[in-house]
Design a protein around this ligand. Structure first.
Ligand SMILES: Nc1ncnc2c1ncn2[C@@H]1O[C@H](COP(=O)(O)OP(=O)(O)OP(=O)(O)O)[C@@H](O)[C@H]1O
Ligand SMILES: [Mg+2]
Length: 285
């Protein structure tokens, strides 16, 4: 693996930071180990804590190609691995007036590579970071398929045979934990829970992501999201993404802008907004 930039915990941390992603030590360690041990890394955490961005930052820092598979309900092998290009097969059939043999129709010429096949067939000289995003949205069957995929980095295409990666990609899986994943899948992976950052780290993230933002803005939004997260009675808590938008909002409106007025950048549930306003949660921030 030529992801030589992440040969230690410190280097992993620096690599991510070079992309504006500030990781605490446990996360940097998890990323370093995923690369060093060539084992998939499963990142879990609440919405907006920076799970997806880890893969982007890692790819950006190391010059690896990022291949992303967005999971959803009903995702199957034809979305994830390969499909046949039916319109082109049909055209070929018509052009040949039926004189095409089946082997030709189901050859590489008509094969559409989806993200997982793309990752397996990547040029070993150019490393790949494979992001399997929001795996908790896929169903059991697909999870079982992934288990096999991650076990030997190979897939079988009935018409073509088996395809195996010359060099396994770095794999990052993310989950919002809308459901528990199977133990078997977890056992294949290294695991890290990304928590909300502490206030000091979150202020640093604001400064890293929004050049020119003032201390006052960083302090105010980080204190405000801290209060909302501690409130304990909200449907949806703001993630780091919301902190950043809030800081940008204050940058646009002026650093003394009223936080209650701009709550809509951080909270997306009507009752949450009402609760926070009526209980004066942000008073004095
Ligand atoms: N540690 C961090 N350093 C810098 N930026 C961060 C960090 N954590 C999160 N962000 C930023 O916050 C935003 C949300 O991050 P991201 O989309 O990766 O979250 P997520 O956990 O994947 O959310 P979701 O569960 O909604 O998919 C992004 O703009 C990302 O760049
Ligand atoms: Mg995400």
């Amino acid at each position: 693996m030529t992801l030589t930039y992440v040969a230690s915990v410190e280097e992993a941390s620096e690599a991510l930071a070079s992309q504006g992603y500030l990781a605490d030590r446990p996360l940097a360690l998890a990323v370093h180990l995923a690369v060093a041990l060539e084992q998939p890394l499963l990142l879990e955490g609440e919405a907006g804590v920076g799970k997806t961005e880890v893969a982007r930052a890692l790819a950006g820092a190391t010059g690896a190609r990022l291949i992303r598979l967005q999971c959803h309900e009903g995702i199957d092998v034809h979305h994830a691995v390969y499909d046949w290009d039916y319109p082109r097969q049909l055209l070929a059939l018509r052009a040949a007036e039926g004189g095409v043999d089946e082997g030709e129709l189901f050859s590489r010429r008509f094969l559409l590579r989806r993200p997982l096949l793309d990752a397996l067939e990547a040029d070993p000289a150019n490393p790949v970071v494979l992001l399997i995003d929001e795996i908790d949205r896929a169903d059991d069957e697909f999870e079982a398929f992934l288990l096999e995929f991650l076990a030997d980095f190979a897939v079988t295409i009935p018409e073509l045979g088996s395809v195996r990666a010359e060099r396994p990609p770095v794999v990052i899986l993310t989950s919002n934990r809308t459901r528990e994943l199977h133990d078997a899948l977890k056992r294949r992976c290294l695991y890290h829970w990304i928590d909300y950052p502490n206030a000091q780290l979150e202020r640093a993230i604001v400064h890293a992501r929004i050049p020119g933002v003032s201390e006052t803005i960083a302090n105010r939004v980080v204190t405000a999201v801290g209060r909302l997260r501690e409130h304990g009675d909200l449907y949806k808590l703001p993630g780091v993404g919301e902190t950043l938008v809030w800081a940008r909002a204050l940058l646009a409106l002026g650093e003394d802008a009223d936080l209650d007025e701009t709550l809509g950048v951080a909270l997306k549930v009507h009752e949450d907004v009402q609760r926070v306003r009526s209980r004066s949660v942000l008073d004095g921030v």
